[in-house]
Ligand binder design. Structure first.
Ligand code: HEC
Length: 175
């Protein structure tokens, strides 16, 4: 009984000090304030485990066609490059101010399978600013995006610029 009272008292103390931090405004939500390593670890590990579990049933193509990669480039330029940056391209002002930062996908993509990437783009990541594109794009378009992101580590700044020039020549505007 004594132990139980001690246990409940400890729990109540922990809960009320947590509540105190919340209600007093002590936690700094400023996006200019870097996350502690602990917060970073918590967020990223939760995200990695969640993505791995949830994307395990997705059947992904093993390879993509050149046409898919090109179609994916257009989506990437319009919807991803602002936050994530692109070969030879800086992030937009909004992308620079994001916390957590949207990682350079040329570096991050190799850590994920095609199914993982599809899931992330389709569903987004809560509490980070990574939007879900599933509500607004069909699966075929989402796979095209995955096709391009998969190629990103091999795309040089010159090649990226050439793809942009081709789009401009074809009359496609940045949006
Ligand atoms: C509004 C900003 C924003 C846009 C637009 C955006 N992202 Fe993100 N994205 C983020 C942020 C922030 C994270 C970091 C999430 C984290 O740290 O858990 C992220 C994470 C990711 C990740 C996981 C990377 C990793 O290893 O942590 C992938 C993959 C990704 N985004 C792909 C895309 C693609 C593809 C698009 C375009 C279709 C896109 N994102 C558009 C902000 C954005």
């Amino acid at each position: 009984m004594k132990y139980l009272i001690g246990f409940v008292a400890t729990l109540l103390l922990a809960a009320s000090s947590g509540l105190l931090v919340i209600l007093s405004g002590a936690f700094n939500v400023a996006a200019t304030n870097p996350d502690s390593q602990m917060t970073e670890w918590l967020l990223h590990t939760t995200m990695r485990r969640s993505v791995a579990m949830r994307s395990s049933a997705i059947v992904a193509p093993q390879s993509f066609t050149e046409a898919q990669v090109r179609a994916g480039f257009k989506e990437f330029r319009a919807m991803c490059a602002g936050c994530h940056g692109a070969p030879g391209k800086m992030r937009s002002a909004a992308g620079k101010g994001l916390r957590p930062r949207a990682p350079d996908l040329a570096l991050a993509a190799p850590e994920w399978t095609n199914a993982n990437l599809f899931w992330i783009v389709q569903n987004g990541v809560k509490m980070t600013g990574m939007p879900s594109f599933g509500p607004t794009h069909d699966e075929q378009t989402l796979w095209n995006i995955v096709a391009f992101v998969r190629q990103l580590p091999n795309v040089t700044a010159e090649q990226y610029r050439a793809l942009e020039d081709e789009s401009v020549a074809a009359g496609e505007h940045e949006h």
